[in-house]
Every structure is written in structure tokens, then in C-alpha cells.
Design a protein around this ligand. Sequence first.
Ligand code: SF4
Length: 240
Amino acid sequence: MSDELTEIALELRRHLAWQEADGTRLIWKDPNLAAPVVSARSAPAIAVVPKLETGPRRTLDEIRTELGDCKRCKLCGGRTQIVFGSGSPRAELMFVGEAPGADEDQQGMPFVGKAGQLLTKMIEAMKFTRDEVYICNVVKCRPPENRNPEPDEIAACEPFLKAQVASVRPKVLVTLGKFAAQALLKDQTAITRLRGQWREYEGIPLMPTFHPAYLLRVPAEKKLAWGDLQEVMKKLGRTP
Ligand code: SF4
């Protein structure tokens, strides 16, 4: 299979996995069968999809139950626990980071280390509390030595992020750091150029900004990040 076809196949597989994770039953026509085939976990990962049946909006609890004791990618081997997400299931503002770190892996909550404390300050500066927003990561298990998640790990976990976004339906998404922005936007542009520019993810306005861990290392960039968050406040009708 050519590289281009392989990429198309991977994208289609990701799309199908998302549809299933989002509660959608897929029906496709197998040219060798008279009747349509309804998707199941054992079904082929790639198929022509002439018709979709969309299920009801799922709750975060239902999505977490579906995730279960997930072993869909190799990150399961090194985790202490899955870090699913925290906050309001009806948040108008949702933050997406990269992956759990050591503190998050231990406590089972996203953004609880030093970077998390800074994120809490950023949220409060925006006149929200942590309970009013929703926070999660692109992948739910800690990568070894805090390395970046790999493409197969993102592909395995992304359906659940998409399902979380579809469940919460925030008015605005904020990605934290290069990795989350590039993963959601499928855009390898540097975060220094992505940040501060409105984009869209699944029809929802998305503002990329710096990761709080980066801001701890380079405090001079906090001013730019605050400018990004002020744009988010304006979008949400709040006075910066
Ligand atoms: S990172 Fe996501 S897909 Fe991989 S094992 Fe953890 S929960 Fe499952």
C-alpha cells in the first residue's frame, strides 16, 4: 500500500473508531454480502460507510465506563491509573493538555502538579473556578519518562477525547502547549505561530496557548498566554 493510501486508511480508521466511541453505530455495505453489516468491535477497522446512525449524546460517566480498564495502546503498561478528566460536565470552557505527568498518574486527576497549580491560577484569573471548567488530556495514561505520546497512542485514545468534547459541548476549547494543539488541529505548525489564533475543532472555537509547564520554565511568555486567555474571555462574553 502506498504511503498516501496508508495515511488515508489510518485517517478512516481513526474516524470510524471515533464514531463508535461517540455512540454511533456504523452501517456499511459489504459488496460480498446482500445485507448491510452493523459495526462491532470485531468488525473490520476500515470499511466504506454509506450511512451513519447517530446515537444519543453520551454522558461522561458512560464514556468513562466504555474506556474501562483500557489496554487499547501500550501506555497502559506504565500507568498507575487512567486520568480521564475533571470538572463540570456542562462546562462552557474546556482545557485540553498533552498527557498525565507523575503527579496526575498518582492522583488520577489532570493538572495537579506545579503546572496544574499555575493552570488553576490562570483559570481563576479568567473568573472561573476549576469546578466550572472541564480539564482533560489528549491521552489518558502517563507516557514513560514523560515523553511525547506517539501517533498510535493518540489514534487509540483520541476517540475518547472526541467523545468527551461531544459530551461536554463547551463554547470554547483551549489547548495547552504544542502537542495538544498539533494533535487536535492535525497541524504541525509551531506553537509560537499557532497560539493566539482562533481555530476550530469539531465546530467548536479553539484557542491554542502555551502549556503551563512551559510558562513555569519561561515566565516571560506569561504575558502572551494571558493575552490568549483574554481573547477567550471576550469570546465567552466576560470582561477581561
Ligand atoms: S492512553 Fe488511552 S488508549 Fe492508551 S491505554 Fe490509556 S486510556 Fe487506553
